[in-house]
Design a protein around this ligand. Sequence first.
Ligand SMILES: *[C@@H]1O[C@H](CO)[C@@H](O)[C@H](O)[C@H]1NC(C)=O
Ligand SMILES: *[C@@H]1O[C@H](CO)[C@@H](O)[C@H](O)[C@H]1NC(C)=O
Ligand SMILES: *[C@@H]1O[C@H](CO)[C@@H](O)[C@H](O)[C@H]1NC(C)=O
Ligand SMILES: *[C@@H]1O[C@H](CO)[C@@H](O)[C@H](O)[C@H]1NC(C)=O
Length: 389
Amino acid sequence: MASPSRFAPFVFLLLVIRSTARPLYPLPGKGNHGSRQPLQTFRPYNIAHRGSNGELPEETHQAYMRAIEEGADFIETDILSSKDGVLVCFHDVILDDTTNVANYKEFADRKRTYEVQGVNTTGYFIVDFTLKELKSLRVNQRFSFRDQQFNGKFQIITFEEFITIALDAPRVVGIYPEIKNPVLINQYVKWSGGKKFEDKFVETLHKFGYKGSYLSKNWLKQPVFIQSFAPTSLLYISNQTDLPKVFLIDDVDIPTQDTNQSYWEITSDTYLDYIKQYVLGIGPWKDTLVPVINNYAMTPSDLVSRAHARNLQVHPYTYRNENKYLHFNYSQDPYKEYDYWINNIGVDGLFTDFTGSLHNFQEWTAPNHHDNTASKLLHEIALLASPYE
Ligand SMILES: *[C@@H]1O[C@H](CO)[C@@H](O)[C@H](O)[C@H]1NC(C)=O
Ligand SMILES: *[C@@H]1O[C@H](CO)[C@@H](O)[C@H](O)[C@H]1NC(C)=O
Ligand SMILES: *[C@@H]1O[C@H](CO)[C@@H](O)[C@H](O)[C@H]1NC(C)=O
Ligand SMILES: *[C@@H]1O[C@H](CO)[C@@H](O)[C@H](O)[C@H]1NC(C)=O
């Protein structure tokens, strides 16, 4: 006969489920920082690409909070700089596509044409706006086929504000910031003392206590991966920090933005042998690992096995739920796509626009037993309840 105390969690759980109607994982809260649930390290990392940007405007406080609620291991962001040298979270070098800048008469004369990675680009460049001006703008959803109801509501955030979101989370949540477009930023933004963008980037991480090599005690307390498409930036900061770095790899026809090296050169055995001295892993576009023809996934390339043979992790980007991004082989089912990449290809982390979907898939297929959550309680209750059915 079950004692009343054995029923207590059941009643509590029912209340929780009734009142929130949703999560099977911990919600952000305050005051439990002393015993925070650690980062899981036994299954591939769930990397919330620009926050939960499948649902909310990208790289905003709200998109990151949502990703944390949904179970992200890491929240991912792109770091650029304002005109006055403040590092901010924003993907594009121009503000046109994901903010309401076009509505501001006072900024109408700010449109410029600059050469960005060999292409003349016209728009409202982020490097021509002070932080105060950037803060006056509001962010929009990038894709027309995603929820538009939050357009014009949320602000651009700074790198420091982004870090604070991760550090305030109710469990250990890592950060995954990118040194974005360093060539352009160093060309248009100048800092005192001859400091470069990369110096300010590392300084910011140090200021907030990020330190230590991959899986070290310090790293596990405040996990971070530093990412960049620019090998020069990764090499440069390797003298300043032993925090793990991930070298991003673009599409096969796009050369590196700083060293003008081809895809084939930077994925050669020789180059992997070289770069592994500086980086923990690589972050390739997934369609270059498993090429796609007529929306069918083809035979995987050998890049993952060659990287793994060198003890390099592989974190491909970007997984998206919408049908238009799901190749026919996956039956329009994002879980089937995750299953293929995690269990057939064997990647070590996944950049996803839909952290909740990846988290649910992983919890059903490889549950986190250290995860002291309602999900675990549910399983226990199911076990308790079954004899009485
Ligand atoms: C960009 O425009 C400038 C000015 O018209 C021109 O001199 C330059 O060649 C252009 N660059 C590219 C990469 O097209
Ligand atoms: C790192 O520091 C060493 C020693 O000071 C120097 O020789 C080397 O050029 C530096 N590397 C980079 C990439 O800045
Ligand atoms: C980059 O490399 C390509 C191919 O080798 C070459 O055609 C191009 O001129 C180079 N661009 C720059 C800016 O050096
Ligand atoms: C995807 O489907 C196509 C067409 O049926 C097939 O040729 C291809 O081998 C499949 N890809 C994978 C990775 O199974």
